[in-house]
Design a protein around this ligand. Structure first.
Ligand code: MG
Length: 250
């Protein structure tokens, strides 16, 4: 058997707070993931190899509507589309800390203005909305702008593409921590919108509300993803997430 090549060093200083030397060769190797591809207007991106697929363009088996009924939205041509007035849908998967990828498109036919144009929403853990809206040449109140933490924090910039075009959210979510009935640390979110950072580790004060301050109440460490029916036929495709864990071991 070939002798294993020695990696790194064991005569270097210890790093603070972890049991490893600088350049420690015995530190666990990062897990190998095959990366995916970026989305284009013609095709969704390919998820990375360890992604958990929530919607692959074929059916809504992974989703449900009100009272556990089958999700009532339309699926065609590789995307799902909100059927107005049928209600929000939620994923059957429940998760907390994650990297989440969502592609969406506002209706190509522009109707309405302000909050009435291409409105939907990506609700992390069913509670915390990253706003979906067509804000291409469509101003609204800033904390309700596309990519805003609705009612709490506007996006850093408005990086909207034209309505009808596919747009991409890449979200990194750190769920709030509770101990008994107390908030220990709030949720924090980082969002890239069409490749542009619009939130950077931004604190989320509490669940999304309309015209009110959020009320923080403890909830489980995982929850389903919720997509909003706001009466506009917004489309979604290529929705996946990767649970985030492991900082404590390597
Ligand atoms: Mg919304």
């Amino acid at each position: 058997m070939a002798e294993q090549k020695k990696l790194g060093y064991d005569d270097t200083p210890m790093l603070p707070d972890v049991p490893w030397h600088v350049h420690d060769g015995n530190r666990p190797q990062p897990r190998v993931v095959t990366p995916g591809t970026f989305a284009t207007q013609d095709a969704p991106g390919l998820p990375p190899s360890d992604a958990i697929i929530l919607f692959n363009g074929e059916n809504l088996d992974g989703w449900k509507g009100k009272n556990d009924t089958p999700a009532p939205w339309k699926v065609e041509n590789g995307y799902m589309e909100v059927v107005p007035k049928t209600g929000d849908i939620v994923s059957r998967e429940e998760f907390g800390d994650c990297q989440l990828h969502v592609e969406w498109a506002a209706p190509v036919e522009v109707s309405g203005d302000g909050q009435g144009r291409g409105n939907s929403g990506v609700f992390l853990m069913s509670r915390y909305e990253i706003q979906v809206l067509d804000c291409f040449e469509n101003p609204t109140y800033p904390d309700g702008t596309t990519g805003g933490i609705y009612g709490q924090c506007p996006p850093l910039v408005n990086a909207c593409r034209r309505p009808g075009q596919w747009q991409v959210y890449d979200i990194v979510w750190l769920a709030p921590r509770f101990a008994a009935d107390k908030l220990v640390s709030p949720g924090r979110v980082t969002v890239f919108f069409n490749g542009v950072v619009i939130h950077h580790f931004r604190e989320v004060w509490g669940p999304t509300t309309h015209r009110k301050l959020p009320t923080v109440t403890p909830h489980p460490p995982v929850g389903p993803l919720r997509l909003q029916d706001h009466n506009n036929p917004v489309r979604f495709r290529n929705i996946w997430y990767r649970p985030l864990k492991g900082y404590d071991v390597n």
